[in-house]
Write a protein of this length. Structure first.
Length: 395
């Protein structure tokens, strides 16, 4: 059986232009990767799903079974808070392994908190992506704004911030490249949310990067920039203040981590991809427990095992995940819930609601967005990130 057969979604365009290119590619001995999804693996995923439901108060969950190669998961699947918390366990399962082969709709509880921009004319047309600027500390900062098809000034919609990676050479279209390579805008048109691609600071040489604690990073206040940007969105668009999310790649993944530490009062959930997590002085003290989702390859040039990185030191990804589990007061985990083909995923549970911590380890994965050409075809990070986000909102 080929790996392609079990792909959850089609691949998206190559992300090389968005990747940080300041370090040499890693050359590692490939890890053994199975290309066959076994019934035992399917059953293990179902068992973890049932355990998660039980952990969140669903009573009398029957043990899962596998029939004709498919997971029988018809029990306890009604839409509920517990189901939404546990949905990430089922989401990456190949559709042909599920019975019935469909994903029930899930969503967040609670009414939206409408922004001041509701009822006002939009700054751009629905279904378009336009460059916009916002003043931050006296500097015009740039961002790419995508309004979904069907956007209405009367309906409050979620917002996804998608932060590009750093570059070692001038990259005037880095925001548009992030849009093309992740295809978040296409997903936004289908599911009805706003996507914003902020632009990091530019050095005198034209390179880009976020202020995430590295010795060679720009010294601008990027947390303030994101805060000013969210203020602008609040004033000009009809958005749901409870459903604002942040994701990013590489340096942008590192910035996503910084926002999780410092902006948890405005952003509901966070999902770094190939994030650069520098060892920096000072504690990460989020204002509340937060939902965390992370993707990282074992052969990434931003090393999975951490250690020296140029003039800096990076945290090992397992250590970073455990630190977030400790901040969220999780008492169970890490527990494997998806170990198929070239993916090993684990999560921490029994955390302070509504927080959770989830990590996808991509065996032999390099510095690419999962799902693009050249990366894993087993999962697509864009799809999984949005499914994760839509199940979380600010309390």
């Amino acid at each position: 059986m080929s790996m392609r057969r079990y792909a959850v979604v089609a691949a998206v365009a190559l992300l090389a232009a968005c990747a940080d290119s300041g370090s040499e590619e890693r050359v590692d001995t490939p890890l053994p990767v199975s290309t066959v999804v076994t019934d035992a693996q399917v059953l293990a995923t179902g068992t973890e799903f049932a355990q998660c439901l039980s952990d969140h108060g669903v009573r009398d969950v029957p043990p899962p079974t596998v029939q004709s190669g498919r997971l029988v998961w018809t029990a306890a699947l009604s839409d509920s808070p517990a189901r939404r918390v546990c949905q990430h366990i089922i989401d990456p399962m190949p559709a042909e392994r599920l019975w019935p082969a469909e994903t029930p709709a899930v969503g967040s509880d609670g009414d939206p908190v409408r922004s001041a921009g509701c009822g006002r004319p939009a700054p751009a047309g629905a279904g378009t992506s336009t460059r916009q600027t916002v003043d931050s500390a006296g500097v015009n900062r740039l961002y790419l704004l995508h309004l979904p098809r069907g956007y209405s000034a009367d309906a409050a919609v979620p917002v996804v911030l998608a932060l590009h990676g750093g570059t070692s050479q001038p990259a005037p279209n880095v925001m548009e490249e992030m849009e093309q390579e992740t295809r978040f805008s296409e997903l936004a048109d289908r599911d009805g949310f706003v996507v914003v691609y902020p632009r990091s600071a530019t050095t005198s040489g034209g390179t880009t990067g976020w202020n995430i604690g590295g010795k060679e990073n720009p010294t601008v206040d990027d947390v303030r920039f994101i805060d000013d940007l969210l203020d602008r969105l609040d004033e000009t668009l009809c958005v749901d203040r409870r459903r604002i999310y942040a994701t990013g790649f590489s340096s942008g993944g590192g910035m996503t981590n910084v926002l999780a530490c410092r902006s948890a009062g405005r952003i509901a959930a966070f999902a770094p991809v190939s994030g650069a997590f520098f060892v920096t002085p000072g504690a990460c003290q989020p204002s509340r427990p937060v939902p965390i989702l992370e993707f990282h390859g074992t052969s990434d040039k931003v090393p999975y095992e951490g250690g020296p990185f140029g003039p800096d030191t990076l945290l090992a990804v397992p250590r970073w995940l455990q630190d977030w589990a400790d901040r969220n007061h999780c008492t169970r985990g890490p527990t494997a819930f998806f170990t198929m083909v070239d993916i090993a995923a684990e999560h921490w549970s029994r955390c302070v609601d509504p927080s959770t911590v989830i990590g996808y380890r991509i065996l032999n994965g390099r510095h690419l967005w999962p799902g693009v050409d050249g990366s894993t075809r087993t999962i697509d990070a864009t799809t999984l990130i949005w499914r994760f986000f839509r199940n979380h909102q600010l309390p």
